[in-house]
Design a protein around this ligand. Structure first.
Ligand code: C2O
Ligand code: CU
Length: 445
């Protein structure tokens, strides 16, 4: 379990470099960058609609900011360097004050030098409690990550590896749950578990199969939905969250693997559910679902429709792209570590002019097309959007997300009410892709 701080609305987070036993014996501790000497950082347990203060101090040798991923809060507290605040310099601190409008499962992470800082462990989970959630026997959290470790279990520091940047992103060789090599999860026959999944990996997509257990999805990216059973494994892209209800309907004394089948050629056992010896009672009641959050419903009458073309990367068709005030050949851009574009523009960082501006209160439709051979989990800050259609994934249609996963050559349409004024970051959450140019700003005026 992730350690919880005392339940109140004032927290202190300190970023520092810390040795953590990640890989297990006989390996030495891994030198990480983390909050409060743990990665994931401490669980922040917040209450919906209640003001929260979080003091962040920086003891690293480079600047940081903290982004509260998925919380629809005011722009100055969103934690994007340059765009919404000055970086928190070494030895300094910054107080974030906000009121989470939505209950659910969220996370926080540094947004400065993000691929490296998050890749080294600078993130943690957030639970915003529902005022009245239907009861479960246990509420568990799995923060999933993968780490690229060398023989001494130290983090490989090639965050600019061009092959990772131009392809699927940085995939690790060591998968952890809550910062540890997964152990079997001890369960009891008959119990009902709410399992909150957070994918904190730089690039890895998980597709989890809970052998012999029915998986009921009750929320995605924090937002409750009408509970449904996915037709296949539970697929979770970088930065996404999925809340499941799992009923322990199997046999006492037995073990059931949880397998990651995202790479079908090499399915990997993530962990297992290990039943204690006690017999359980069967339960017949259906989980009723969570109370909805107050997300504004898009008005589809007269929306602003914006095409979003995702292009670049290895095997891509793109010949050249805009970078600052120049049009450059992709071969040139590759040498600068820039491989990715939104609408054929390579981001120059956090001071790009807006991709488009929308008047506050208007409905926007983002019409995505992934022209590349690689997946892109696209994240919009400050808003949740409703998926109107997705060329492959029928399951996400009608769901509220803050990060939508587009596989190679896939397309999707999402809609949201631009009700939160400010300049909002919009980017791929494969963090190497964002670093290599797949980022933009959307202005709500
Ligand atoms: Cu989870 Cu721009 O971030
Ligand atoms: Cu991407």
């Amino acid at each position: 379990m992730v350690a919880a701080l005392a339940k109140n609305t004032n927290y202190q987070l300190t970023a520092a470099s810390t040795g953590i036993q990640l890989a297990g014996t006989p390996f030495p501790e891994t030198e990480t960058w983390s909050f409060n000497q743990q990665s994931p950082g401490p669980l922040l347990r917040l209450r919906q609609g209640q003001p929260t203060s979080i003091e962040v101090s920086n003891r690293l040798s480079q600047g940081i900011t903290v982004h509260w991923h998925g919380l629809r809060i005011a722009n100055p507290m969103d934690g994007v360097p340059v765009l919404t605040q000055a970086p928190i310099a070494t030895g300094e601190s910054f107080r974030y004050d906000f009121t989470p409008p939505d209950a659910g499962t969220y996370w926080y992470h540094s947004h400065m030098n993000t691929a490296e800082q998050v890749g080294r462990g600078l993130y943690g989970p957030i639970i915003v409690e529902e005022p009245a959630a239907p009861p479960v026997d246990r509420d568990l959290l799995w923060v999933l990550d993968d780490w690229k470790l060398d023989q001494q279990a130290q983090i490989v520091s090639d965050f600019d590896n061009p092959r990772d940047l131009a392809r699927a992103g940085r995939l690790g060789n060591t998968v952890t749950i809550n910062g540890k090599i997964p152990q079997a999860l001890a369960v009891k026959a008959g119990e009902r578990i709410r399992l909150r999944l957070i994918n904190a990996a730089n690039a890895r997509i998980f597709a989890l199969r809970f052998q012999r257990h029915r998986t009921l999805v009750i929320a995605r990216d924090g937002q409750p939905l009408i509970p449904y059973e996915p037709g296949g494994p539970v697929v979770i892209g970088p930065a996404q969250r999925i809340d499941l209800v799992l009923d322990m309907t199997e046999q006492p004394g037995q073990r059931y693997p949880v397998i990651d089948v995202y790479y079908p050629q090499s399915p990997a056992q993530l962990t297992s559910l290990s039943y204690g010896p006690e017999p359980g009672r069967a339960r017949g009641d259906e989980y009723p679902g969570l109370p909805l959050n107050p997300v504004p419903e898009p008005e589809l009458g007269d929306p602003l429709v914006q095409r979003i073309e995702l292009s670049g990367g290895d095997l891509g068709q793109l010949q050249n792209a805009q970078f600052g005030d120049q049009r450059l050949e992709m071969t040139r851009l590759y040498l600068l570590g820039k491989m990715w574009t939104i609408n054929e523009v390579v981001s120059s960082g956090y001071s790009d002019p807006p991709l488009f501006t929308v008047r506050r209160g208007r409905t926007v439709i983002l019409d995505f097309r992934n022209n590349s051979a690689w997946p892109h989990p696209m994240h919009l800050h400050g808003h949740h959007f409703k998926v109107l259609e997705h060329s492959r994934d029928r399951e996400v249609t009608g769901k509220w997300l803050d990060t939508v996963l587009l596989g190679p050559e896939e397309s999707a349409k999402v809609a949201f009410v631009a009700d939160n004024p400010g300049d909002w970051l919009f980017h791929c959450h494969i963090l190497g892709h964002a670093r290599a140019g797949m980022m933009a700003v959307i202005r709500v005026s």
